[in-house]
Design a protein around this ligand. Structure first.
Ligand code: GTP
Ligand code: MG
Length: 204
């Protein structure tokens, strides 16, 4: 799929105020600083669409972007950022959970995980919450450019082994780098196939 047009629509703190839900939607989530906003910008070839920062905690709202006038990408705040106040964390938690549990047109949630790290408890618990609530998700490993091929493979194998302690199988996943543009075409092709299914279901 080629992205011809990507535009910012609206930012919200409440899922009820999000745009009309008749279009397929894909949201990006993961720990603070994992590269959610960078991935959205790389996928859309637009350096300034989503706000990026070296400091964690940059994205604080539910941000909708309309792609090719046809479907939405959503940039969400990061979770598990220890330096945010307890009150603010609880507020983010409720905002994200309400969005995830109620947004009917959410086709797939991309859970971003830094490819350099082993499975963290916060990510594992979050994915378990998704599975328990039937929220479809796919893992996207980020920042693969930050290590060599063999280290990447070693880290991935460790992640997989840890995950399989709790999970029957590893969920579907992509390996990406927003800087080197690794895996972006595969991710867009995946979205394109899901968009087709969404339209077929809408028609029937
Ligand atoms: P919050 O909105 O704060 O939760 O962060 P985020 O997940 O949106 O991360 P963001 O895209 O702002 O990126 C965080 C930092 O990681 C920035 O300094 C990016 O330049 C860097 N980064 C993101 N993706 C990549 C990547 O693929 N490779 C490398 N080397 N750096 C990356
Ligand atoms: Mg962000």
């Amino acid at each position: 799929m080629i992205i011809k047009k990507a535009s910012f629509v609206i930012s919200n703190t409440n899922y009820k105020l999000c745009p009309n839900d008749n279009k397929a939607e894909y949201a990006f989530i993961g720990r603070s600083n994992v590269g959610k906003s960078s991935l959205i910008n790389a996928l859309t070839n637009n350096k300034s669409l989503a706000k990026i920062s070296g400091k964690p905690g940059k994205t604080q709202l539910i941000n909708h972007f309309l792609i090719n006038e046809d479907w939405f990408m959503v940039d969400l705040p990061g979770y598990g950022y220890a330096k945010t106040s307890k009150v603010l964390r609880a507020k983010f938690h409720k905002m994200i959970n309400d969005y995830l549990l109620n947004r009917k047109n959410l086709i797939c949630l991309f859970v971003l995980i830094d490819s350099r790290h082993d499975l963290q408890a916060v990510d594992n618990e979050f994915m378990q919450f998704l599975a328990e609530n039937n929220i479809p998700f796919t893992i996207v490993f980020t920042k693969t450019d930050k290590q060599g091929r063999s280290t990447l493979a070693k880290n991935f194998n460790k992640f997989k082994a840890t995950m399989l302690n709790d999970w029957e199988s590893l969920p579907k996943y992509f390996m990406t780098s927003s800087i080197k543009r690794t895996g972006l075409k595969e991710l867009l092709d995946y979205i394109s196939a899901l968009n087709k299914d969404f339209k077929t279901n809408q028609e029937s």
